[in-house]
Design a protein around this ligand. Structure first.
Ligand code: AMP
Length: 601
């Protein structure tokens, strides 16, 4: 298998390869595009745009449209339904990756070929190498990673559709490679019952506590969730360690079997020690206490995950937070070459061999407003209609032409049949590593709240909340998670925020001072944009409402989404709720409700 050879090469020469990749970023990108086009010019999809007599790259830039998932869904559906002709790609599509992004309420299905799947497996190895190079001691122990899988789905044609991580964890390359340095036995990771999986992984992490040098999960929300699970289950975990017997409710045979070689004897002293640590009223620094050798916490903490930074810093007690990489089901974008940079300063470096990247310039603040435009090849993209604050239509630029300080939406052409595909994520270019651009993840260009003409994006919301919560910090109150929804059941409608609050040193509910909470509402509204404020002033939108929920309420929301098929390992609390059931769950945990001052606008 070509992948195995490449992976051995990475193990042996990873840092050198990284230097070469980034130094030759332009050339690699051009070669990659050429190769993709030569191989696929005859596919049903591309051939329509290729004018005879023009070279492939000219055809590509001039004629191939920039698309979203909805544009190519009919082609993907045909492949999923069993058509085997070269519809999108010359090589056979071997599987689909299920994205957390949805289309018509279902996960988007991203086509994948054997070759592109293998190529992608290089990324976690590079991430691991960089971390080991920058953080001393990481190669002297194990990683306590909380990894989870989600059931696969079969398309009518018999192709499997799964999360990328689920497929990856099943490969021999993972099992014989990185998994060997993880505490969690592979069968506990592959257990489809997330609760049994979590319990066994935590139990193993505690039993092997002296060996653990790194703790992590793919996204910070998963780690936050795991710590909450530990809060709920530490007594039972200690009892298992004390007696040497695994709880009966762990019924999955593979999990039981795996645990039998780890939980081999009673360890009362270890149980006493863990109990003593967990009994402490404040869990500040608990990670350092439980895993004294841990050198870093590795989890994505940028974008919407940044809301977990205070929580992880609190539990970590000074252990560096590392946000290792950035990507999506469609393609890996980049990795963090300076793992020890502060969470809010993290930049990722583009890996130019992962896809052909183009960058669509967007508004200066990266968030911007919805930009309704149709892009068809470069010629039409130049017809920028407006330069006002809300609409910017520009020609996409390639990797060599991005400018530091500018914001771009990522567009990828992949080794598996996506051509000029808008992923939806916005990046801010912060510099270059050799010839490869480095970027900060800004956020999906998603509008999350909308009433009348107002469209508030995830970025707008997150910025507003970040400002407002500053009022709570001096009072020792932590905002652990938030969400929102547009309540249009009454006219005029209003935006409702849900905040889960707790005291810094404990899980106790803070005493809520109405005046201060109203001030928070006011700051959020004040931070929203011109359109929001004018609609609010004109009475089209009514005063913003803030509902405070008690500790643990958002875990119930996660349970709800997991029960509906969300993946625990990629779960991101929605910054906006679309389902009434989800709103009901949060309402059940409500302990106080506050409104913006009436006189505000
Ligand atoms: P999925 O395709 O389901 O794996 O989801 C990928 C999405 O997660 C991306 O499109 C981003 O919106 C988000 N994401 C991935 N990596 C990061 C990161 N490092 N920081 C913030 N968000 C990220």
């Amino acid at each position: 298998m070509a992948g195995e050879k490449e992976i051995k090469e990475i193990y042996d020469n990873g840092m050198k390869i990284l230097e070469e990749l980034t130094s030759k970023a332009y050339e690699i990108q051009e070669q990659m595009l050429e190769e993709i086009l030569i191989r696929n010019a005859g596919t049903e999809y591309l051939s329509r745009f290729f004018v005879h007599g023009q070279n492939h790259k000219q055809n590509f830039k001039a004629n191939v449209p920039i698309v979203t998932y909805e544009d190519i869904k009919p082609y993907i559906d045909r492949i999923a339904n069993g058509e085997t002709s070269s519809i999108l790609f010359a090589d056979p599509i071997t599987q689909f990756i299920q994205s957390t992004g949805t289309s018509e309420g279902k996960p988007k299905l991203i086509p994948m070929t054997a070759e592109s799947f293998e190529k992608r497996m290089v990324k976690p190895l590079l991430v691991d190498l960089v971390m080991k190079k920058c953080i001393s001691g990481l190669d002297q122990g194990k990683s306590f990673y909380l990894f989870f899988v989600k059931p696969e789905m079969e398309t009518p044609s018999g192709l499997m559709a799964s999360l990328y991580t689920t497929s990856y964890f099943k490969t021999q390359i993972f099992k014989n490679g990185l998994a060997k340095f993880c505490t969690s036995p592979i069968d506990t990771i592959l257990c489809l019952d997330n609760k049994q999986s979590m319990y066994c992984q935590l139990l193993t992490g505690l039993l092997l506590r002296d060996e653990v040098v790194r703790i992590g999960s793919s996204f910070a929300s998963v780690l936050a969730r795991s710590i909450k699970f530990l809060e709920d289950y530490w007594k039972e975990l200690c009892s298992n360690i004390r007696t040497g017997f695994l709880s009966d409710w762990i019924a999955d045979p593979a999990c039981r079997n795996a645990m039998s070689s780890i939980l081999t004897r009673p360890e009362p002293e270890l149980a006493d020690l863990i109990q003593q640590i967990c009994e402490d009223k404040s869990w500040e620094g608990i990670i350092k206490e439980l895993w004294p050798e841990v050198k870093c916490i590795s989890s994505i903490v940028t974008g919407s995950m940044s809301q977990y930074i205070p929580l992880l810093e609190f539990y970590g007690g000074g252990i560096p937070l590392v946000s290792p990489n950035c990507g999506s089901s469609e393609a890996c974008f980049g990795i963090n070459l300076e793992p020890l940079s502060k969470p809010f300063d993290v930049s990722y470096t583009i890996l130019p061999n992962m896809a052909y990247f183009e960058f669509l310039p967007v508004n200066n603040d990266g968030g911007g407003k919805s930009r309704e435009f149709k892009l068809r090849g470069a010629s039409a993209t130049e017809s920028s209609e407006s330069t006002n604050e809300t609409t910017t239509v520009n020609k996409p630029v390639d990797l060599a032409n991005v400018k530091i300080g500018r914001y771009y939406e990522v567009v990828v052409t992949t080794l598996a049949g996506l051509y000029r595909y808008r992923v939806g994520d916005v990046l801010k270019v912060t510099g270059f590593y050799n010839k490869s651009p480095q970027f900060q993840f800004v956020e999906r260009q998603n509008v999350v709240l909308s009433i009348d003409l107002d469209k508030t994006t995830e970025v707008d919301l997150s910025k507003a909340i970040t400002k407002a919560k500053l009022v709570l910090e001096p009072l020792g109150i932590m905002l652990t998670t938030y969400s929102s929804y547009a309540d249009t059941s009454l006219t005029p409608g209003r935006y409702v925020l849900f905040w889960e609050l707790k005291m810094k040193g404990s899980n106790d509910l803070p005493k809520l001072d109405a005046k201060i909470m109203e001030e928070c509402c006011g700051i959020v509204e004040e931070s929203f944009d011109f359109t929001y404020k004018s609609l609010r002033k004109g009475g089209v939108i009514s005063a913003l409402e803030l509902r405070v929920v008690k500790h643990g309420t958002f875990d119930e929301l996660m349970d709800f989404y997991v029960s509906k098929g969300a993946s625990i390992s990629q779960y991101k609390p929605p910054s906006c709720l679309k389902s009434e059931e989800a709103v009901k769950i949060l309402n059940l945990g409500m302990v106080g409700t506050f409104f913006s001052p009436k006189t505000m606008f």
